[in-house]
Design a protein around this ligand. Sequence first.
Ligand SMILES: [Mg+2]
Length: 236
Amino acid sequence: MTEIRLITFDLDNTLWDVGEVLHHAEQQMRQWLDANVPEYTRTLDRDALTKIRTAVVTERPQLGHNVSALRQEVLFRGIVSCGYPATEARRYARSAFATFFQARQEVVFFEHALEALGELAASYQLGALTNGNADIQRVGLDRFFSFAFSSADVAASKPAPDIFHAALNHAGVAPQQCIHVGDNLIDDVHGAGSVGMHTIWVKLSDQPNTIGHTQPSEVVEDLAELPGAVSRIHTA
Ligand SMILES: [Mg+2]
């Protein structure tokens, strides 16, 4: 019998569709920029912004793990390239990012996500592990999750073991007492599996069925199946 004491969750594309959220947040940010720094969207096309982003990550590789700081730095350099002085550009970058960040928290949960979390939170400690910048308080998940770690917190992105170790140390549990739940076969299933955690692959979309070198302990195609998958691992 495996005694499970902790369940960690990926957020984006596991509990909501992040594509729609980011698209909307970027639209909101663009509108803010059009109103306040009109040169930005007029002069910087996608290619120009990609170039800036590449330059930032090359110079400061650690920002590759901090999507918020990276986005702000790209905004800052883009605004400077439009001819604004640095202090003003810094202020505009901060405000444009704040607009993005607020909209980025307006997620629409997948069907059965909240019911499954509520049910699991009654019996297990839950935590969030994300490479992104969703905020568990702002999205309203702090009632289920007792902690959250992001790639920015540990300066390393999944599938690196750092974030999984951070969760295990925080909760004081062994890897075999933990299940990690996520949609990504590399970042979530392979990453958590490599540190010895059980894994549940949330396969909600038409992802390729080819499971690589790390086999998930369970697969769910609907979040309503999550409590059942957890108890199968728990009682195995
Ligand atoms: Mg994900």
